[in-house]
Design a protein around this ligand. Structure first.
Ligand code: AMP
Length: 395
């Protein structure tokens, strides 16, 4: 069965068509600048040339239309008709505590996702636009919602509650939810496979280090803690996001710089992280690393601070799980940065096999043979994970 995986943002839409049985990619693409002048479609059939086309996309319905046209195009399309697409899997950012697993989309599910909008005001409404647009173009095709938060729903109360009046949890559901769940689930399960061990017997820490970064503790196949919280701002230092800070810094800055909450939130979301710590050098880890290697002080400071925070969480999660069998690195930075993995493992006193550490794009164990804690690099594949979930539900 061919499954269309859709990741819909407010002005962009990423898609992949995947053969869910062979798990091969059939085509992928991106609709950019939806609702903005200069919208365009980027489309690549597997094994074919990347095409970039200016297409008018006033809204998500037009964007989905353009995507479907590309997929069914006589010359460069990959399916003859839309009937060949068996199901659509949608990435949904926030399922609150309503969804502990993926689900077939119906009107009730749409309302439940809507009720989580205030927890992810930038993402959920856009995800819902994608669902509505697909429904319009492919009314008979089953659709599945796969939530970024679902994998973390197994966290115990003591891990997801904040130390604030319980009343706010009861009133507003203020708690830790966690994100990147599809990636944490995919990578932790794959870690067990690569090690040839039973997933249910392992204590795994997954470090999803990308522009957005989060870390999770997966014990016996279940997530027991994760670093992102009510929103994706908490936890690790990221490209532009601060991660954990003393909440009193907000009040301090408000007085000193005469700023309002919105402005401070903007700084914490967009001007902090390695961008902020490097004194504005870059939010892109490639730039930071190149300058780090050249001895740039701002970037040495930024990378060290980033690595320190990762190590702190690894320590906390090792304690929470009563040990750790494997630490897996994934996402843009986790998969591609031997330097950062080296820095983090040096802290942990885990010896790396440098020949393996410099490999790219494959599942690999990078700790030396016999290491008590195994360290791995596992390329994440959220689209494939969504396709698998979708197949499992529609089969
Ligand atoms: P993601 O959010 O997972 O797409 O990751 C994006 C981040 O990965 C960006 O900061 C990139 O600079 C970083 N990244 C990609 N390739 C490399 C690389 N070769 N070395 C270091 N960082 C990289």
């Amino acid at each position: 069965m061919k499954i269309l995986v859709i990741n819909c943002g407010s002005s962009s839409l990423k898609f992949q068509l995947i053969d869910a049985v062979s798990e091969e990619l059939i085509a992928k693409g991106l609709c950019e600048r939806i609702g903005i002048d200069g919208s365009r479609l980027v489309y690549t059939p597997a094994g074919g040339e990347k095409q970039i086309k200016s297409v008018e996309m006033k809204d998500h319905t037009q964007a989905i239309g353009a995507m479907l046209e590309a997929l069914t195009c006589e010359k460069t399309g990959v399916v003859k008709s839309l009937d060949e697409i068996g199901a659509v899997g949608h990435r949904i950012v926030h399922g609150g505590d309503k969804f502990a697993s993926s689900t077939i989309i119906n009107d009730e599910v749409i309302s439940a996702i809507e009720s989580c909008n205030e927890l992810a005001p930038l993402h959920n409404p856009a995800n819902l636009l994608g669902i509505a647009a697909c429904k319009e173009h492919m009314p008979g095709t089953p659709m599945v919602a796969v939530f970024d938060t679902a994998f973390h729903q197994t966290m115990p109360e003591e891990a997801y509650l904040y130390g604030i009046p319980y009343e706010y949890y009861k009133k507003y559901r203020i708690r830790r939810y966690g994100f990147h769940g599809t990636s944490h689930s995919f990578v932790s399960a794959r870690t067990a496979e690569v090690l040839g061990e039973n997933y249910e017997n392992l204590k795994i820490i997954v470090c999803h280090l990308g522009n957005g970064a989060s870390i999770s503790a997966v014990k016996n196949g279940k997530c027991i803690d994760t670093s992102m919280g009510l929103t994706p701002l908490e936890g690790l230092i990221m490209g532009t996001r601060s991660g954990d800070i003393d909440p009193a810094i907000m009040e301090f800055l408000a007085h000193k710089e005469k700023m309002g909450v919105e402005e401070i939130m903007d700084i914490l979301n967009k001007k902090s992280g390695v961008l902020g710590v490097s004194d504005g050098f870059s939010s892109d880890f490639r730039d930071i690393e190149d300058a780090f290697e050249a001895g740039n002080e701002d970037c040495v400071r930024a990378l060290k601070t980033f690595a320190h925070r990762v190590v702190k969480y690894i320590g906390a999660y090792t304690a929470e799980m009563g040990g750790v069998d494997a630490i897996s690195f994934t996402a843009g930075v986790g998969e591609n940065s031997p330097i950062l993995r080296r820095m983090i493992c040096a802290y942990l006193d885990i010896e790396l096999n440098e020949e393996e550490n410099i490999k790219r794009g494959e599942d690999v164990v990078i700790s030396v043979p016999g290491s008590t804690t195994k360290v791995l690099v596992i390329p994440t594949n959220e689209e494939l994970a969504i396709a698998r979930e979708t197949l499992a539900l529609v089969k």
